[in-house]
Design a protein around this ligand. Structure first.
Ligand code: GAR
Length: 205
C-alpha cells in the first residue's frame, strides 16, 4: 500500500459502511492509489468500524453529543483528521452536516457521496424521495462539500433508471451498487489533481 504524501484519506462514517468498504477494496485492489489513514464515526457501534478494523485501519469514535456545540465538534473533528496528516476527507454515509467551521479548519478537499442526481433530492432518503416524486431517472453523485447541504461542485454522477415497481429500498439498493463504483473513482480523480473549481463547477484545470 502506498503511503505517499498527498494521498492520505480520512473517511467519516455513521452506519453500515458499504461505501467505506468500496474504498478499502479499491485500495487493496490497487485501483485507488491512496492510504485510508483513519476512519472516524460519530455513531458508537457503527458497523462501518468493524470493516475498518478488519482492514487494519485506525479508527476513532467521536460521538457528536460529547461536544457542547456543532462548531466545537467540527473543530475537534478537523483536528483529529489533521493530526493523522489527512489530505482528503471522504464522507461515506456520514449523516451529519459539516459547518463552515470544519471547512475553514480542514484545508483539503472534502467529498460526499449522495444517492441522487443532485441538485434533485438533497437530504434524507433521496431514493424514497425520487420514487415518491415519480422520477424516471435517479442515481448518485459525488460532490465537493460546502457549508450548504448536498450542494457543492459535482465531481461525478451515475444515472440509474427508476423501475415502475420500485420502492425507495429497491431503488436505493441499485443506486448503492453504482455508488461503490463512483466513489473510489471520484476520490482517485480528486487526488490526481489537475482540477479547479470555477464558480460552482468542478472542471479540468
Ligand atoms: C449511502 O447510500 C450514501 O449515499 C448515503 O447513505 C448511504 C450510506 O451507506 N448518504 C447520504 O444520504 C448522505 N446525504 P453506507 O454506510 O453503506 O456507505
Amino acid at each position: 500500500m502506498s503511503d505517499r504524501p498527498g494521498r492520505r484519506v480520512g473517511v467519516l462514517v455513521s452506519g453500515r459502511g458499504s461505501n467505506l468498504q468500496a474504498l478499502l477494496d479499491a485500495v487493496q485492489a490497487g485501483t485507488l492509489d491512496a492510504t485510508i489513514a483513519v476512519v472516524i464515526s460519530n455513531v458508537p457501534g457503527a458497523p462501518a468500524m468493524d470493516r475498518a478494523r478488519a482492514a487494519g485501519v485506525e479508527t476513532a469514535v467521536m460521538p457528536h453529543r460529547d461536544w457542547p456545540t456543532r462548531e466545537a465538534y467540527d473543530e475537534a473533528l478537523a483536528a483529529a483528521l489533521l493530526a493523522r496528516t489527512v489530505d482528503l476527507v471522504c464522507l461515506a454515509g456520514f449523516m451529519r452536516r459539516l459547518s463552515a467551521r470544519f471547512l475553514a479548519a480542514f484545508p483539503g478537499p472534502v467529498l460526499n457521496v449522495h444517492p441522487s442526481l443532485l441538485p434533485a433530492f438533497p437530504g434524507l432518503d433521496a431514493p424514497g424521495q425520487a420514487v415518491a416524486h415519480g422520477a424516471k431517472v435517479a442515481g448518485c453523485t459525488v460532490h465537493l462539500v460546502t457549508a450548504e447541504l448536498d450542494a457543492g461542485p459535482i465531481v461525478a454522477q451515475t444515472a440509474v433508471p427508476v423501475a415502475s415497481g420500485d420502492t425507495g429500498d429497491t431503488l436505493a439498493a441499485r443506486i448503492l451498487v453504482e455508488e461503490h463504483r463512483l466513489l473510489p473513482a471520484a476520490v482517485a480523480r480528486v487526488l490526481a489533481g489537475g482540477w479547479r473549481v470555477d464558480g460552482r463547477r468542478f472542471v479540468d484545470a
